[in-house]
Design a protein around this ligand. Structure first.
Ligand code: ATP
Length: 273
């Protein structure tokens, strides 16, 4: 059985008829232009917005029929931005990820909770900042705290809305690599991502949303084509192999510039340079 199934999910008037299913162990990139409906879809899958049509099932259960605690046991969700005024330290905020596991708030901290919180803080490089108030850390540090809270939650499905958007390149790479590792341990990771080159490199599958409609879903190698990037983003893309790292890379140019011409083939006054 797929871990996550979207059955004709609609969120009128923003999204219509999104049908897709995903197995455990995958990193799925949710891509599409600004305003396409990616965050709306993630919030619907997370159970925060009841769909106006269709259903979202996780491990066979309709997510919108579960209690918040049961939902949180199945699905962790990182919003696109965290509220500015959360009055907790980073550690306290990450501990909230353990809410669905039971007695933490009654004061009886279990060893498993403490270990899991510590591990999540370590994974996000937040040990030194764990006692800092969330209101006083940088945007990237807040974002890492949000991811740490999702890790501490240990849900099998993780929904992350642009998890690397505020991060420096070290953490962009680090987090994408860690997400790949988490997936290999049986989680399903669904991330909204604007960094198309990272989507191409790190995502096993893509779900492409355009104008509130499902444009394509499938293996990244099949879905990510120059034609898709042109249709969906209005941008010319050439996919090439990185000569050092041997992974797929992208050259992008605006539709006005037209498709890229390799340097050796550039034409000058109608003649090859
Ligand atoms: N609460 C809301 N009420 C009405 N319209 C909304 C609401 N939230 C989002 N929208 C609209 O729904 C559309 C999709 O928004 P959404 O945030 O899902 O897009 P997105 O693909 O995540 O965009 P981005 O890449 O800019 O984050 C947009 O046109 C947006 O203006």
């Amino acid at each position: 059985m797929p871990m996550l199934t979207l059955e004709s999910v609609a969120q009128s008037p923003i999204l219509s008829d999104v049908t897709a299913s995903f197995e455990a162990g995958r990193v799925v990139g949710l891509i599409g232009p600004n305003g396409a409906g990616k965050s709306t879809l993630l919030r619907t899958i997370a159970g925060l917005l009841p769909p106006t049509g269709g259903a979202v099932c996780v491990d066979g259960a309709d997510i919108h029929r579960l209690s918040p605690r049961r939902r949180a046991q199945r699905v962790a969700y990182l919003p696109q931005s965290l509220a500015e005024d959360i009055p907790y330290t980073i550690r306290e905020f990450v501990e909230m990820g353990r809410y669905s596991h039971g007695r933490l708030w009654a004061g009886a901290r279990r060893v498993a909770d403490v270990d899991q919180v510590q591990q999540a803080l370590d994974q996000m490089g937040l040990q030194a900042l764990q006692d800092a108030p969330l209101q006083r850390v940088s945007g990237g540090e807040r974002q890492r705290a949000g991811i740490a809270r999702c890790l501490a939650q240990e849900s099998r499905v993780m929904l992350l809305d642009e998890p690397i958007s505020n991060l420096d390149i070290y953490y962009q790479l680090d987090i994408m690599t860690q997400l790949t590792r988490l997936a290999s341990r049986g989680h399903l990771i669904l991330i909204a991502i604007h960094h198309l080159e990272f989507a191409l490199r790190f995502c096993d599958e893509l779900l492409v949303i355009s104008d509130g409609q499902l444009y394509a879903q499938g293996e990244t190698g099949q879905v990510f084509t120059s034609a898709m990037v042109r249709d969906v983003f209005g941008v010319e893309a050439t996919i090439f192999l990185d000569p050092v790292q041997q992974h797929a890379r992208l050259s992008l140019s605006s539709a006005e510039e037209g498709p890229l011409v390799p340097l050796g083939e550039r034409l000058v006054g109608g003649r090859r340079e």
